[in-house]
Design a protein around this ligand. Structure first.
Ligand code: URQ
Ligand code: ZN
Ligand code: ZN
Length: 481
């Protein structure tokens, strides 16, 4: 394989804008972006009529996650390969230690599993319990393992849920280390109570799932996490924001000057809660994820939030459980493993429903699928950038090609697709991962183990210091006038 690739005749799109330009890739990096580049001996890829963009970064996946008594069906090789087929070239997955499990041991476990990845990957590490050893482990992770974000599940009581004491301890430790705190915002106590009440009423099927997790439950937790972060002076990132109430909490905080970021999942934008009323139990169960799919009012709010920059990133929360795994909850919706897939489809779904409807420009598409994530998680400009010197994680995007999403043709290791039958225009024609062609002509060319661990340095101390200063501002003098 040539280690010099010249992508000719395309329109280069970055988060800053777009222009007709060629792109020269040397080895693993972008060497040059400009007009009429010549490079003798290079493999030439014709990109006329196509966009050349940074590969997608999915900041929220769960490959081979042990969860709710089973293990997610997609592993790091199949998952990163499927991602590449859809134009996504990096993922940030989650290390999720069990209650009382040694954090560093869990981290090493996940690093081992991820060695089979075909494209680059990083990790957020979940803080699921607390004592001094956890505090010490957080320091080791930031300073020796280049992890700069920690995850907190405010739901999943009696499993991985964090109470407020753990949140406060972890948030303040993260602040002192220059790390970003991320949260799954749902009030786990309320979910637990509502699940019991709904089940006792005789509602045992998947339709009970959204009833037990109404938007208020997410809004409360989002607001609580935001206010805890405000008092402690630490930047915060909300994963899978799914409803108006959580978005309003984020918007309020951002307008008050707080450093709060929020992610939206492609599936929450385009699939609504009617899926839980599907007469086929399996189809309804396939959509059991948390937070659940919502009504149109929420979807419209999420699109507006994305357009307005209140939601900065898009993700998938790719966490696949096959039909027979979902069947564990046949008689009790509380036992249906929570999770849906879509790592392969995010880019096409967002292009089709976002760019082609005029909600997003191509540059905004790049921002919300790649560059913003790279910036928020300190991967920029190595990732999410078209600058010389950046990793050549690129997608040659055919904006006019169409495909019908289906389990019959997808590359994800799961026996259904939540977007089944959706026709999308805008597809990844060719994908490069650090200069290697991993997807072209409808064929995957990924290799097991070629992905590299993404080191993410901590943030500059002023990030948190500024917020702390704001939070603890000196009281102003009494106005006696
Ligand atoms: O809550 C999550 O992000 C995980 C563990 C996956 N499942 C889900 O329903 N979102
Ligand atoms: Zn979650
Ligand atoms: Zn998740």
């Amino acid at each position: 394989m040539s280690d010099m690739i010249l992508i000719k005749g395309g329109t280069v799109v970055s988060a800053e804008g777009e222009a007709k330009a060629d792109v020269l890739v040397l080895g693993e990096q972008i060497a040059e972006v400009g007009e009429d580049i010549e490079a003798e001996g290079a493999r030439v890829i014709d990109a006329s009529g196509a966009y050349v963009m940074p590969g997608g970064i999915d900041p929220h996946t769960h490959m081979e996650l042990p969860f709710m008594g089973t293990v997610a069906s997609e592993d790091f090789f199949t998952g990163t390969s499927a991602a590449a087929a859809g134009g996504t070239t990096s993922i940030i997955d989650f290390v999720i230690p069990g209650p009382q499990q040694d954090i560093l041991e869990a981290y090493r476990q996940w690093r081992g599993w991820a060695e089979k990845s075909a494209t680059d990957y990083g990790f957020h590490v979940a803080i699921t319990w607390w004592d001094d050893s956890v505090k010490a482990a957080m320091k080791t992770l930031v300073q020796e393992e280049d992890v700069n974000s920690f995850k907190h599940f405010m739901a999943y009581k009696n499993a991985i849920m964090c109470d407020d004491e753990t949140l406060v301890n972890s948030f303040s430790t993260a602040r002192d280390l220059g790390a970003l705190c991320t949260v799954h915002a749902e009030n786990g106590e309320l979910v637990f109570r509502l699940q019991q009440e709904i089940f006792e009423k005789g509602i045992t099927g998947p339709e009970g799932h959204p009833l037990s997790r109404p938007p208020q439950v997410e809004g409360e937790a989002a607001n609580r996490a935001i206010r805890i972060a405000e008092v402690l002076g630490v930047p915060l990132y909300l994963v899978h924001t799914s409803c108006r109430q959580a978005l309003e909490a984020v918007t309020r905080a951002r307008l008050e000057g707080q450093r709060v970021f929020a992610e939206v999942l492609a599936q929450h934008l385009v699939i609504n809660d009617s899926v839980y009323r599907d007469p086929d139990w399996n189809v309804a169960a396939h959509h059991v994820m948390s937070p659940p799919f919502r009504g149109h009012e929420h979807q419209a709010a999420l699109w507006r939030g994305l357009q307005a920059g209140m939601l900065q990133t898009t993700a998938t929360d790719h966490c696949c459980f096959c039909t027979d795994q979902k069947a564990a909850g046949k008689d009790d919706f509380r036992a249906i493993p929570n999770g849906t897939g879509g790592v392969e489809d995010r880019m096409s779904v967002l292009w089709h429903h976002g760019v082609r409807t005029g909600k997003l420009t191509p540059s905004e598409f790049v921002a919300v699928t790649s560059t913003n994530t790279a910036k928020i998680f300190n991967l920029h400009p190595q990732k999410g950038s078209m600058q010389p010197g950046a990793d050549a994680d690129l997608v040659i995007w055919d904006p006019e090609a169409s495909r019908t999403i289906s389990k019959e043709t997808h590359h994800q290791n799961v026996d259904y697709n939540i977007y089944e039958g959706m026709e999308v225009t805008g597809v990844a024609a060719t994908t490069l991962s650090r200069g290697r062609v991993v997807w072209e002509d409808g064929q995957l060319k990924t290799e097991r183990g070629t992905g590299k661990y993404l080191k993410r340095a901590p943030f500059a101390p002023y990030w948190a210091a500024q917020q702390r200063k704001n939070a603890l501002a000196e009281p102003t003098a009494v106005d006696r006038g």
